[in-house]
Design a binder for this molecule. Sequence first.
Ligand SMILES: [Zn+2]
Length: 132
Amino acid sequence: MDYGEMLEKGMQEVPENTDDSGRFEVPDLEVESRSGSTRVGNFMDVAEAIGRDPEHLADFLSDDIGTATSLQGSELEISGEFRRENIRGRIDNYLERFVYCDECGSPDTVLTEEKEVRIVRCQACGARNVLD
Ligand SMILES: [Zn+2]
């Protein structure tokens, strides 16, 4: 099964919003790794495309990879050498957790905080996905 088929299969399991406007494109990552560190050149574009705070995304990547990250202007610097596919996989983890709605799969969500509980609120179906 190739990646396209996997995506299609994933879409079929979503009860609503089955057209492909339900998912969005993350820009191709510009990743360069050398001398023990990795740079994501278009990190700000990625954060903007997914509509999330770049610092929140950077912190998540730091935890998920288990290394230090730091924002350098529009770039992200990551300690250690990592391949683009690896970083992309981490960003997909972030999307699953903090962007896509658990109920309908829509990426049209906002991350908010209510009484110190973080919530992904869906603009498409109104679901409130509480994060633990
Ligand atoms: Zn929803």
